[in-house]
Design a protein around this ligand. Structure first.
Ligand code: GLU
Length: 468
């Protein structure tokens, strides 16, 4: 079998949205799965809508997702000579012709066709005139009047189009630029693309593209048109449904691995498995397993899956990912051993990196800020003797082993006659400032002797000085 060659061909008129990212992902996964090649092509022939910012946003989104390309990026705007050559070839072989009908004439034809109850279409005025190239002329493809064009689609099955439904579509505009259908076909032929995976909004363009392949005597690629990504009300995903750009999810603290797992599962399945590592996706993804029904993008489900990926990711690796989120929260730190230990107490309790950064704050502050309610409830004079007892015993410990800590707490419980529950909450508030946190012994282990003793002393000071 020939080596698979896929491509992602975005039109750069905005950021990389989740629908586009899923198309890129399917192409990338299929190339990686089969040991083929994945090509990136920027479809920037629309000079007005294409922007440099958007191109950069697409690169940024793909790079963050870890979708790397083997060839490109190719820019359609730099390939006009190639399109010109192919357009001339189509004219020479009698498959296309120059047309000088004015926009007004085209409008009249349309109106006439509609008045007669037909589809608006070009009436073939210039089809057999054999016009020479001339300024202002467009080039039209000579579409067949009869017969059918069949799209054999991996996802959709066979779709039969009546050629009589097509008219002589424009392949070169009067300003010399190629139209989308022409450029895409020429690119896919010259780039050796043999598998076209894209959104099913392109199904209606495909018969025109198939006719172009045939006219150019090129092999057809395999087509796979994947259903659109929808919002939870089943309409096409848009801003109304919340964030749609890939980088917005990055900034919310979603892991790239979680987003690609989630996007892959929108339309593709492998039994009822939900959680996939990147490697598993590559080894299990097959375009044949993409279903016909549209995927519904649900940010709540994405967060739940993200929590699973956070759990599965090792703390050292997560540390690197968390550093920018900590910085955003005003905590400057490096991805060191301390941070990895901090993370190992939070990774089963955080749905996003933003949440995790907020929960990690107390590990990094010099002085604990107490939540008003927690301090009122737990930092009362009655608990001072227990905290004092803990301080004096902890000061004597040379190292904080689990066994030694247990012993200290047991002795304090005996001395004060308080149960562990009664001591643990005030200690938690003293160490973290809040009444919700990871397990008390975990926290003590991470903070270490000096910080723990300093924080217990701070709490004692607070109890002593606060107005009762
Ligand atoms: N540039 C087109 C788009 O962004 C995709 C073309 C294709 O995949 O054939 O929708």
């Amino acid at each position: 079998m020939k080596s698979i060659r896929t491509r992602f061909a975005p039109s750069p008129s905005g950021f990389l949205h989740v629908g586009g990212a899923r198309t890129a992902l399917f192409n990338w996964l299929y190339a990686r799965h089969t040991g083929g090649k994945f090509v990136l092509r920027i479809e920037d022939t629309d000079r007005v809508r294409s922007t440099k910012e958007s191109i950069n946003a697409i690169f940024e989104g793909l790079q963050w997702l870890g979708i790397d390309w083997d060839e490109g990026p190719f820019y359609q705007s730099q390939r006009f000579d190639i399109y010109k050559e192919y357009i001339e070839k189509l004219v020479q072989t009698g498959h296309a012709y120059y047309c000088t009908c004015s926009p007004e004439q085209i409008q009249q034809m349309r109106e006439k066709a509609m008045a007669a109850g037909d589809k608006p279409r070009y009436d073939g005025t210039c089809r057999d005139k054999g016009l020479a190239p001339q300024p202002g002329a467009v080039v039209r493809f000579k579409a067949p009047f009869s017969g059918t064009t069949i799209l054999k689609d991996i996802v959709k099955g066979n779709i039969v189009f009546q050629n009589s439904e097509l008219d002589d579509f424009v392949i070169r505009r009067s300003d010399g630029t190629p139209t989308y259908n022409l450029a895409v076909v020429v690119d896919d032929i010259t780039m050796g693309i043999n598998t076209v995976i894209r959104g099913d909004d392109h199904v209606m363009n495909t018969p025109k593209q198939i006719l172009l392949y045939q006219a150019l005597e090129a092999d057809l690629p395999v087509f796979a048109h994947v259903p659109m990504v929808l919002g939870n009300d089943r309409s096409r995903l848009s801003k109304r449904h919340g964030a749609t750009s890939v980088t917005a999810y990055r900034d919310m603290g979603i892991l790239a691995d979680a987003l690609i797992n989630y996007l892959a599962r929108l339309g593709w399945s492998h039994g009822d498995q939900e959680f996939f590592t990147r490697q598993e996706l590559i080894s299990k993804f097959d375009i044949k397993d993409v279903g016909k029904s549209a995927g519904i993008f649900d940010p709540v489900k994405l967060q739940a899956l993200n929590a699973d990926h956070i759990k599965a990711c090792n703390p050292e690796q997560l540390a690197h990912l968390l550093v920018p989120f900590l910085a955003e929260a005003g905590i400057e730190t490096r991805a060191d051993q301390y941070l990895a230990k901090v993370i190992s107490t939070l990774n089963t309790r955080s749905k996003t990196l933003v949440e995790m950064a907020a929960a990690a704050r107390f590990y990094f502050i010099e002085k604990v800020n107490y939540e008003e309610k927690a301090a009122r409830k737990f930092l009362k004079p009655a608990i001072a003797p227990a905290l004092e007892s803990l301080v004096s015993k902890l000061e004597k410990l040379s190292q904080f082993s689990e066994k030694a800590l247990e012993e200290v707490f047991l002795q304090t419980m005996e001395e004060t006659g308080l149960k562990l529950g009664k001591i643990a909450q005030p200690v938690r508030v003293a160490l973290t400032g809040t009444s919700v946190s990871p397990g008390i012994f975990e926290i003590i282990d991470v903070l270490g002797k000096e910080r723990v003793i300093a924080r217990l002393k701070q709490a004692l000071e607070f109890i002593k000085t606060r107005p009762q």
